[in-house]
Design a protein around this ligand. Structure first.
Ligand SMILES: Nc1nc2c(ncn2[C@@H]2O[C@H](COP(=O)(O)OP(=O)(O)OP(=O)(O)O)[C@@H](O)[C@H]2O)c(=O)[nH]1
Ligand SMILES: [Mg+2]
Length: 197
């Protein structure tokens, strides 16, 4: 089972990225997918829509899956794997979660078999310049474990602003791929497929 974490601060577009990704993965690869949402944000994932594709969504609420709900997450992943054995579990933590703690807690956990683990970190182009100083620390923590960084909402900034954001991300020490996307229109989202080759 491939465990995919889609992390990023509040409102960056995590759910939008997941919805787009599920569509592509289901249509192109026929993957059976389960999504775990830690507290539905503004834009929840509609369970009915998911079930049409033979997929499902589960919500863990009332806490953060990297702290108070850590065992809740582990139990949920265990039960999902035992009962449904999907090809893919996609997890959307809340904006404040530390992805490294989540990764550590599901890795090498008895009763969970993960063949592959990928972490996508989403940042918001529109708010990046104004907020990065305030969020430098959580951003550093996120980038430490990222396999792919998506600069989402590329439609809201200029080319040169996009370049600045990318340079900032690299200056923090991240060396992996960085892609600018517009998740709500599916633009450049094919880059995500590189994680599933
Ligand atoms: N302009 C623009 N808006 C976007 C894009 N992607 C997402 N949005 C909008 O950004 C807002 C937040 O998107 P979500 O997908 O709910 O973000 P999230 O990170 O899941 O939010 P939380 O779960 O609440 O932290 C919504 O109003 C989206 O429609 C994009 O590419 N461009
Ligand atoms: Mg969300």
């Amino acid at each position: 089972m491939h465990f995919v974490l889609v992390s990023g601060l509040l409102g960056v577009g995590k759910t939008t990225v997941i919805l787009n990704m599920m569509d592509t993965l289901y249509e192109n690869k026929g993957h059976r997918i389960m999504v775990i949402e830690n507290d539905f944000g503004n834009k929840g994932i509609d369970g009915e829509v998911m079930r049409k594709y033979g997929m499902d969504v589960q919500e863990l609420k009332g806490g953060c899956i990297c702290c108070t709900l850590k065992t809740g997450l582990i139990d949920t992943v265990r039960v999902i794997q035992a009962n449904m054995d999907p090809d893919l579990i996609i997890v959307e933590p809340t904006g404040i979660a530390d992805p490294e703690i989540i990764i550590n807690s599901v890795q090498d956990c008895s009763g969970i078999e993960i063949d592959r683990l990928s972490t996508i970190i989403v940042v918001d182009a529109e708010r990046f310049a104004k907020t990065w100083k305030m969020f430098e620390r959580p951003l550093r923590n996120q980038l430490k474990v990222a396999d792919l960084v998506l600069i989402n909402k590329m439609d809201t900034v200029s080319e040169s602003e996009l370049k600045d954001i990318e340079e900032r991300i690299i200056s923090i020490g991240y060396e992996g791929p960085v892609k600018a996307v517009q998740a709500d229109k599916g633009i450049n989202m094919e880059h995500i497929m590189e994680l599933f080759e």
